[in-house]
Design a binder for this molecule. Sequence first.
Ligand code: FES
Length: 112
Amino acid sequence: MSYYRRHLFFCTNVRPEGAERPSCGRCDSARLRAYAKSQLKELGLAGPGAVRANTSGCLDRCEEGPCLVVYPDGIWYTYIDESDIDEIIESHLIEGRPVERLRLPSDPPDSV
Ligand code: FES
């Protein structure tokens, strides 16, 4: 058994105004990570043996973001607001059904 059953990493990287690439932190990712963390706690899903929602630096999928990844599942998501976070928690983390409409490709772009 692993210490956490699932680990969510939310990219919260913020690039300066006018940077060449977008950054998840400019799409409210820190606030929505905090929202996810509070929801997990409220639902009794947070902590050792359960789920942890961490901030992360750039995950290098900036143009597809804001993004988060769920391990050990290896499922990547983008999201816009609280309702997307709620759906990921309810469908993926509780019911075990990844949210297809929010998924980013799992395979690297040049994989065969
Ligand atoms: S800034 Fe979020 S993936 Fe790069």
